[in-house]
Design a protein around this ligand. Structure first.
Ligand code: GLA
Length: 371
């Protein structure tokens, strides 16, 4: 039985920090994100026509009006492409939508590596599905949101961010096997362990639609093809990468080494979390950062400095989070050391002539929900 269509609906969908498992999702590997308290809220009201109107509190006075029957991949510029892409993906999947007016509000910075695009997609998808009277499983919403981003917006992202926004639970991290899409909640009680996750916003902004993200994906695919496997997930031992030895493949061998070692670090981190040994995961975070900096080359100077400063001030481990080239660093810190770590990062940034960093205390939050 279809659900009765709602005249109005509001959804809140959170951003995420990824604890570990970076650039592994599109290689079919493992990731371990958690939702954060910052989110995107979308309120939708049904219209009698087939028009999609979108407004954002972050751009007051502007209204973008589109016709559902004219939605064309690649043709909508800016942030309106995300809700428009979701409408397009829902219709492509056979859900006939009514016209809708969407009002967006967000306290998630965009381009900061906290998955604001996925949060916007998931909140918009929840609303539009309600207005269409479609009751969709959460995983289906996540897949449609990713489809919107891949095929309508044109960013070749993996599935991590949309799954994190739809499936994370408060007090838990989400282990996602990106090959089978199996998930497991992993306990993450920072307070009980006397620890905090400090998110340092370096202030540098990225654009994943830029070529570097896509270039990394292609390099990974090339490595997998040369190794004769369907994806780098199939490689579990770095010894197998010796087949990529030689100057011709030096770069893609390093890319592949990052992916293979990073997926292994996710599994090690999960074992530590499950054994209540969270503090011991610090060195894995730092190893992940080094691998992203040296092998995968997606780090940026402010992130490297934030990691170094946090660790010298006593953080147990620190790493960039998200796609890279800008955004945030997360540091695992004993609760008594939060202020000294933040001060050390501020001082280091000032000395280097970088802009002022911002700090967010990240607590594992609930995934997307209807308000
Ligand atoms: C972005 C993408 C994700 C993932 C990360 C890197 O956030 O949206 O799919 O690939 O980068 O781990």
């Amino acid at each position: 039985m279809p659900e009765p269509a709602a005249a109005g609906s509001t959804w809140r969908a959170p951003g995420r920090v990824n604890l570990i498992g970076e650039h592994t999702d599109y290689n079919n590997g493992f990731v371990l994100p958690m939702a954060i308290g910052r989110s995107v809220r979308v309120t939708g009201t049904r219209r009698a026509d087939r028009r999609l109107e979108v407004r954002s509190c972050q751009e007051p006075g502007r209204c973008i009006a589109l016709e559902l029957d004219d939605l064309t991949p690649g043709a909508v510029p800016g942030w309106a492409a995300y809700p428009a892409g979701v409408a397009w993906a829902l219709e492509q999947a056979g859900h006939r939508l009514p016209g809708a007016s969407l009002a967006i509000d967000s306290d998630l910075p965009s381009g900061a590596g906290l998955a604001s695009s996925a949060a916007l997609e998931c909140a918009a998808a929840g609303c539009l599905a309600d207005l269409a009277g479609a009751e969709l499983p959460r995983r289906e919403v996540a897949r449609l949101a990713r489809r919107a981003e891949n095929d309508f917006v044109g960013v070749p992202c993996g599935i991590m961010d949309q799954y994190a926004s739809m499936l994370c639970q408060a007090g838990k991290a989400l282990l996602l096997d990106c090959r089978s899409e199996e998930t497991a909640d992993v306990p993450l009680d920072l307070h009980a362990a006397g620890l905090r996750l400090v998110v340092i916003d370096t202030g540098v902004r990225h654009d994943l639609a830029g070529g570097e993200y896509a270039a990394r994906r292609e390099e990974c695919e090339r490595a997998a093809a040369l190794l004769g496997v369907a994806s780098l997930r199939e490689v579990t031992d770095t010894a197998a990468l010796e087949r990529l030895a030689g100057p011709d493949h030096e770069v893609i061998a390093r890319r592949a080494r990052h992916v293979v070692t990073e997926s292994a670090r996710v599994i090690e981190a999960v074992e530590l979390l499950r054994a209540d040994r969270l503090a011991e995961a610090g060195p894995l975070l730092t190893a992940s950062h080094q691998s992203l900096r040296d092998d995968f080359e997606v780090s940026w100077p402010e992130a490297d400095l934030a990691v170094a400063a946090a660790i010298s001030a006593g953080a147990l481990g620190a790493r960039m989070t998200g796609g890279g080239f800008g955004g945030c660093v997360l540091a695992l810190v004993h609760e008594g050391l939060c202020t000294p770590v933040a001060d050390a990062v501020r001082r280091a940034f000032a000395q280097a002539g970088f802009g002022e960093p911002a700090f967010i205390d990240a607590v594992p939050a609930q995934g997307a929900h209807r308000l």
